[in-house]
Design a protein around this ligand. Structure first.
Ligand code: MRU
Length: 368
């Protein structure tokens, strides 16, 4: 355990220029051990993403951006074409670590586009620009999450009971989180929420991570098993649900941590608004609907053995362990982005959000 026990004082994901390393908190060891890892090799970075040492869609995107910059600086050539080929190989490798969170490929594509735009310039200058782009992606994440927090906070009232599933918090981003951003901003403004965290089987991101970071921030947090949220909703204790997402399709269907769709179904039954907090980097307009989203399947041991002294299922039994499920768009009250809240029909409202984004980046470019 590190000397400082407040998890919010550590960077989830950062670049250490002096060591040329991706620095992350090892999330598999939380909440009992705060351990920082400095990763320099591509295999280490791939493993860290696959093993969920760094996890959560935006944090994975930032880790990939820093990771591919580190790969680029290790390519020893002055020839642009050779550089490009090796860069693409490294990018494909990192991209294969997890399939569902679109931020991974989004960040890698953004880095690759920079390489393409800089054709003709010295390789050393391209590597420098990749460094700056990775840091820009990291910095933008903070602003995006804060904007999501502001837009989400407008949907709730002081004293509300808020339910969240998995960890879409600071540990899944650079700061604020997405689903937790309205909670952090509410805390700054004295909203006094009662936060309920689903423990989130099988990897316990809610119990281990969300409740840890929110209680470190001094919030009123209660952990519950995944099969308990409907009972809270029936008692009227939940005023709104905020969840994150790994990939939102054009029609609003949303892939998020397994169990999210169950929460959405219960919320519909008990008339509780169900909000998906989505940076536009997690919205994949190239996919029409949820059936087009690849769902990661994970090892059986995560369900049968991981948290127990002895296996809790007979040896060899078949196990169903998808990491994510798809919540149908018609169960989602609104999708909270950094450019405002999208409401059904999502094909139209998400298109308008992207239009706003385009206008915004043109204005930013003009002001440069
Ligand atoms: O498997 P994980 O822990 O990476 O899954 C994370 C989630 O499902 C989060 O809700 C999602 O990535 C949003 S993070 C802001």
């Amino acid at each position: 355990m590190m000397a400082d026990n407040n998890i919010l004082n550590y960077d989830t994901v950062a670049l250490d220029d002096s060591r040329h390393a991706l620095v992350i908190i090892d999330q598999t060891r939380l909440p009992n051990h705060i351990e920082m890892l400095a990763l320099t090799e591509q295999k280490e970075i791939w493993d860290a993403i696959y093993l969920l040492k760094v996890r959560g869609a935006p944090a994975i995107g930032v880790a990939a951006a820093i990771g591919i910059y580190l790969a680029a600086r290790q390519i020893s050539t002055d020839d642009y074409d050779t550089f490009c080929q090796k860069f693409k190989e490294a990018s494909d490798y990192l991209n294969s670590s997890r399939p569902t969170a679109v931020n991974l490929s989004w960040a890698l594509k953004r880095m690759e586009q920079l390489v393409i735009r800089m054709k003709g310039q010295p390789v050393a200058r391209i590597v420098e620009a990749l460094h700056d782009e990775a840091l820009a992606i990291r910095e933008e994440d903070i602003n995006v999450c804060r904007a999501i927090g502001k837009n989400g906070l407008a949907l709730v009232n002081p004293g509300d009971g808020l339910l969240t599933h998995c960890n879409a918090g600071q540990l899944a981003t650079v700061r604020y989180g997405t689903a937790t951003a309205p909670m952090y901003l509410g805390k700054e403004e004295g909203y006094d929420f009662k936060i309920y965290c689903d423990e989130t089987r099988p990897l316990l991101q809610g119990a281990r991570l969300t409740s840890f970071e929110l209680s470190s921030a001094g919030m009123d947090v209660t952990v519950l098993c995944d099969n308990m949220s409907a009972s809270l909703m029936r008692q009227g204790k939940i005023n709104a649900v905020f969840v994150g997402c790994d990939r939102v399709a054009r029609n609003g269907d949303t892939a998020n941590k397994i169990g999210t769709s169950m929460v959405a179904l219960a919320a519909r039954r008990y008339n509780v608004p169900f909000y998906v907090c989505a940076p536009t980097s997690t919205i994949d307009m190239s996919i029409g609907g949820g059936d087009g989203i690849v769902i990661e399947q994970r090892k059986a041991e995560e369900v049968t053995a991981m948290w127990y002294k002895q296996p809790m299922a007979p040896e060899g039994v078949k196990v169903y362990n998808p990491a994510f499920d798809v919540t149908d768009a018609d169960l989602i009250t609104g999708i909270v982005t950094e450019f405002g809240v999208a409401y059904p029909p999502y094909e139209d409202s998400l298109a308008r959000i992207f239009l706003k984004k385009e206008v915004h980046s043109k204005v930013v470019d003009l002001l440069k």
